[in-house]
Write a protein that binds this ligand. Structure first.
Ligand code: SF4
Length: 246
């Protein structure tokens, strides 16, 4: 009888934790707590506090460190990507490899607007004439749609990836998309990422070996030279430095 009560209490407690609606203030406190934790501990915090359907990892198919860590903790975790229609062949090859290696299906989301229709309405090469608009149509709006179904999204962004990311929290309220955002690798360095890749023999995007430290859509991603900021090859010739997701 006592055992049944304990199990019931545990279930009620679990339900209460997972039903919780996090306030911005609470997330600041959680962030302080997670600052000194390893990425795996941060991931475990997510699994303890959110149901499977409530969170997902946004994958950019550059390297697989976070994906590998997440799937080791939760093999059925949700992984998704936005198919802008402009991914490099190397990026899509890596997606296929991930699905075969981990035996998962990466959820695919796409813009409502086809490339033909976008060209008809906005003119040719929108990524050159108005990259902000192009990103809004092909990345931000599809992402908004996915995130509206979630309570938390997980990203692989890090503080050492450039000025615009230098102060990102590990966890916080994402006001733009109205849900919790968590970046378990925020405090990691590029060296730590590569050490993990080598130690665990993980596949990675071949473009990383060819001068592309940051990989996005093909028309807007160029190789960089040594000493450049990792994101210097994105939207070269434009003031734009982020696609509007982060
Ligand atoms: S990165 Fe370039 S091609 Fe991709 S959505 Fe943004 S502007 Fe368009």
């Amino acid at each position: 009888m006592r055992m049944i009560k304990m199990v019931k209490d545990e279930m009620v407690e679990k339900e209460t934790v997972k039903d919780k609606v996090w306030t911005e203030e609470e997330l600041v406190a959680v962030n302080d707590e997670l600052e000194s934790k390893s990425p795996q501990e941060v991931i475990r915090w997510v699994i303890e506090n959110f149901e499977r359907e409530e969170f997902a990892l946004a994958c950019s198919f550059k390297e697989l460190v976070l994906l590998d860590m997440l799937l080791k903790e939760k093999p059925d975790a949700r992984i998704f990507y936005i198919d802008t229609g402009f991914h490099f062949k190397e990026t899509l090859d890596l997606k296929k490899k991930i699905e075969e290696t981990y035996k998962i299906t990466v959820e695919r989301y796409e813009p409502e607007v086809t490339l033909d229709y976008m060209e008809k309405v906005c003119g040719p090469k929108l990524w050159e004439t108005d990259p902000d608009k192009c990103c809004t149509i092909r990345k931000v709006e599809p992402l908004r749609k996915v995130l509206s179904t979630l309570k938390l999204w997980m990203t692989g962004i890090r503080r050492d990836q450039g000025q615009t990311r230098a102060n990102i929290p590990i966890i916080g309220w994402d006001r733009k998309f109205a849900l919790v955002k968590i970046s378990p690798l925020a405090t990691w360095s590029k060296k730590q990422v590569w050490d993990y890749i080598m130690t665990h023999d993980l596949p990675y995007n071949e473009l990383l070996d060819n001068g592309y430290p940051s990989i996005g859509c093909e028309p807007c991603t160029h190789p960089v030279v040594d000493g450049d900021d990792d994101r210097a090859g994105r939207w070269t010739g434009h003031k734009k430095t982020e696609c509007g997701l982060h």
